[in-house]
Design a protein around this ligand. Structure first.
Ligand code: 4H3
Length: 247
């Protein structure tokens, strides 16, 4: 898949896109991310890309013209994909949304900065607005990196073949169970015995129980939407009884 990121601060992306799993995915040709600087598209003499807000108020607003021209350039002749603006008014980025976006041929991600972007550029050059959470960032760049990372995990081959994007927290609607690695005993703390015995059915049951336990404790709201079977419901009932004993 192709992702084109439009920003006034291309340097912000250097490390994130070349390190670790995203770097490997790009080397393997699974993901083609390019970062396009908006500034050269400005018609103005000094390549300005912002101006004072009509109606007054603090800060600067990104002007429509360079954004439109950058988006048009990024789209090329027969654009097939989605143009996304990262902003706090958008619909929330979730695993589901990321999985859906990973099936697109191409994404254009527009990053705002300063006080925001002239509304007319958003109205004419963007298909949808996405937010990564209820907080304000100084720019959309970090949000674009989060979206890129999250979407990339769902592209076949990006995670090692043994790993599945679905096995992590949230994909099955629950939080992740705890993980342990060597040594078996560290500073007097032991790895749970069940993980050492090689009984895979038991391990699966333990992990499911721990997922339910963590979700009940930290994000009980997720239990409403999670697909739970009879055994899960029985485990949950036990877990709830356990915690009411403790308190
Ligand atoms: C995204 C972008 C929060 C998010 C953002 C989010 C700067 C949008 C500017 C940029 C506007 C002013 N903040 N929650 N900030 O995903 O272009 O808000």
């Amino acid at each position: 898949m192709k992702i084109k990121i439009l920003t006034l601060f291309p340097a912000m992306f250097d490390g994130v896109l070349s390190a670790s799993i995203l770097g490997r995915a790009r080397e393997q040709g699974l993901l083609d991310v390019s970062v396009l600087d908006i500034r050269p598209f400005s018609d103005r003499k000094h390549k300005n890309t912002d101006d004072y807000p009509f109606g007054g108020g603090a800060g600067m607003v990104m002007t429509a013209q360079p954004i439109r021209d950058a988006v048009v350039a990024a789209m090329g002749d027969d654009f097939q994909g989605r143009r996304i603006y990262l902003g706090p008014r958008g619909s929330r980025l979730t695993s589901e949304k990321a999985r859906e976006l990973s099936r697109e041929r191409e994404l254009i991600l527009l990053c705002g900065h300063y006080e925001g972007v002239d509304q007319r550029a958003l109205d004419t050059c963007v298909d949808e607005e996405i937010s990564i959470g209820d907080y304000i960032l100084t720019g959309g760049e970090l949000a674009a990196m989060v979206l890129t990372d999250c979407v990339a995990r769902f592209i076949p081959g990006v995670l090692g073949s043994a790993e599945s994007p679905e096995e992590e927290s949230f994909s099955d609607g629950l939080l992740e169970y705890p993980q342990y690695t060597r040594p078996r005993e560290w500073e007097g703390l032991c790895v749970p015995d069940v993980l050492l015995n090689g009984d895979h059915a038991k391990i699966r049951a333990w992990r499911r129980r721990e997922s339910l336990k963590a979700t009940l404790r930290f994000r009980p709201d997720l239990l409403e939407g999670a697909p739970l079977d009879e055994r899960d419901l029985k485990m949950l009932k036990e877990l709830k009884e356990e915690c009411s004993c403790e308190s």
